[in-house]
Design a protein around this ligand. Structure first.
Ligand SMILES: NC(=O)C1=CN([C@@H]2O[C@H](COP(=O)(O)OP(=O)(O)OC[C@H]3O[C@@H](n4cnc5c(N)ncnc54)[C@H](O)[C@@H]3O)[C@@H](O)[C@H]2O)[C@@H](O)CC1
Ligand SMILES: Nc1ncnc2c1ncn2[C@@H]1O[C@H](COP(=O)(O)OP(=O)(O)O)[C@@H](O)[C@H]1O
Ligand SMILES: [K+]
Length: 470
């Protein structure tokens, strides 16, 4: 599990550890890890030109001490001081090691710029001098390594209300912060490298499943299993307008852990589903969970969906099915899978607002409708009514293709029917969906059906303990 802690949690853990260690130990641990990460990033140290952007706090201190270590190994290190309060001891150490103070002009010929403008103490945005330095790096194509996080982003929400650094690599300390996992800030981090500094942290409110977590959660058939005990999913999807959605959702569902799929819908759509998957049973019967809504268009039967929501079996509501959701009733076992536009409609706000504040709106909807929310997009945010959040960050942008959401709905429904709770079904489903997309895409385009076709292989790789980069 990857954990993302809040600034408050990090500060408390740092204070507790600092009280037990000689002064400056934590910053030296951070700076040592940072210097190693920067040298790996540039590939050579001797003769390399490194420019440090140094703000007023300890984030700048990390940059200065890392610069000192690089200067001792033969790099030309120049500090651009954005404040007259730049960490005095760090600056002195850099100067003793042969570094010097320079100006924004030095950025043009640098191999790398190190963003030590602000860290967890920063407010969103960049002041004019910092912005000019960052723009100089962008203009001259000099990559930026961010210390702890790209300066200017909102650390605890992942929002980017105004100017911020766009890093080629982010080196963070002790634990991930929320901005590393949630877009749009996550997209500004580049790959995130975590340096251990020995913090003892409480449970994190935002987590991200890794391969081993998915393996531990996945519902496996046992020796005594039969098709019913593995779980039966009822699928209500597709319409005369969108028959393909039913076929695609069925393909996603059958690639999950269920033993059987029942399809309920118009005869013509049922025929298409059975033509693609002869093993699907058409018509009502006992199920362990429902997946409802993909491609229903205006053939949505609101009364029927509300009946299902009031029944005991878990329900996944997708796409047009979301129109049947209301705030009344006990929705403990309900998972909804909107994209930003659908979540915006549910909450009565603009789509752009949801996209800019993804964590906030996923949490808000979970609380308001008492459901688990899986908000689709470049990073998938899954929020439970009690505020617990999981994030999936591993999807390729090639997954943004018509029908990919239907695959996800089928797969997550299958995991619900297989016995997972909504939070686990959503996060395991999002992980395997992304892993399948990575296999199907391999760096190029892929259709939704091709993604669905790779879910079984992605699952096999997870169960066989092979990290497929999902
Ligand atoms: N506290 C610790 O034990 C450790 C902290 N470390 C580093 O220390 C950082 C936190 O240091 P600080 O608490 O000094 O905070 P920062 O270095 O984030 O600096 C905060 C200061 O910058 C100013 N500021 C805030 N927003 C700004 C903005 N948008 N533009 C310009 N200036 C702004 C404020 O005056 C504030 O006091 C971490 O991110 C990490 O890099 C590491 O050395 C590891 C250990
Ligand atoms: N930029 C992106 N990067 C990665 N994944 C994305 C991106 N945009 C969308 N996705 C994923 O692609 C899928 C699209 O689903 P959806 O929007 O419902 O499309 P459709 O309705 O056509 O099936 C979701 O799983 C979503 O998380
Ligand atoms: K920074």
């Amino acid at each position: 599990m990857r954990h993302a802690h809040t600034v408050e949690q990090v500060r408390a853990a740092e204070a507790e550890l600092m009280a037990r260690l000689p002064e400056g130990t934590l910053m030296q641990r951070a700076a040592t890890g940072l210097a190693v990460a920067i040298s790996n990033f540039i590939g050579h140290v001797y003769g390399a030109r490194v420019v440090l952007l140094v703000g007023s706090g300890d984030n700048g201190g990390d940059a200065l001490y890392a610069g000192e270590k690089l200067a001792r190994r033969g790099a030309g290190v120049i500090a651009v001081l954005l404040s007259d309060k730049a960490h005095p001891a760090g600056l002195a150490a850099l100067l003793v090691a042969g570094g010097r103070v320079g100006s924004t002009e030095d950025i043009a010929t640098a191999d790398v710029v190190v963003d030590g403008i602000v860290g967890i103490g920063g407010r969103p945005g960049l002041k004019p001098q910092a912005l000019a330095a960052v723009q100089a790096a962008e203009e001259h194509g000099v990559p930026i390594v961010a210390v702890d996080m790209p300066s200017g982003v909102d650390v605890d929400t992942g929002e980017t209300p105004t100017e911020h650094v766009k890093a080629a690599l982010t080196v963070t300390f002790g634990t991930h912060k929320i901005c590393h996992l949630i877009d749009p800030a996550a997209a500004a981090c580049g790959p995130v490298h975590l340096v251990e500094i020995g913090l003892d942290l409480p449970p994190a409110g935002v987590q991200s499943l890794q391969t081993a977590d998915v393996r531990a959660l996945y519902p496996l058939p046992r020796g005594e299993s039969d098709k019913y005990s593995r779980g039966v999913l009822g699928l209500i999807a597709g319409s005369s307008q969108y028959p393909g959605a039913a076929v695609i959702a069925a393909t996603g569902a059958l690639a999950g852990p269920i033993g059987m799929l029942r399809y309920i819908g118009p005869d013509s759509v049922a025929e298409a589903v059975r033509a693609a998957h002869p093993e699907v049973v058409a018509g009502e019967g006992r199920v362990q969970a429902w997946a409802v809504g993909s491609g229903l268009g205006d053939e949505l039967d609101v009364a029927k969906v509300r009946e299902l929501l009031d029944a005991e079996e878990p329900v996944l509501l997708d796409a047009d099915g979301l129109k049947a959701l209301d705030e009344s009733g006990d929705h403990d076992e309900v998972l909804i899978t909107p994209h930003a536009g659908e979540l915006a409609r549910l909450l009565g706000v603009e789509r752009t607002v949801v996209e800019a504040e993804r964590l906030k709106h996923a949490r808000m909807a979970a609380e308001q409708f008492d459901v688990t929310v899986l908000l689709k997009g470049s990073t998938t945010v899954i929020a439970r009514p009690d505020g617990e959040v999981r994030v999936n960050t591993n999807a390729t942008a090639w997954l943004a293709t018509a029908g990919a959401g239907d695959v996800l709905a089928g797969l997550c429904g299958s995991l619900l029917a297989g016995g997972l709770n909504p939070l686990d079904a959503a996060s395991v489903g999002a992980y395997l969906h992304a892993a399948a997309a990575n296999l199907a895409s391999a760096g190029g385009p892929a259709t939704a059906i091709q993604v669905a076709g790779k879910v079984a292989e992605a699952t096999r790789l997870v169960l066989l303990e092979i990290d497929s980069g999902g």
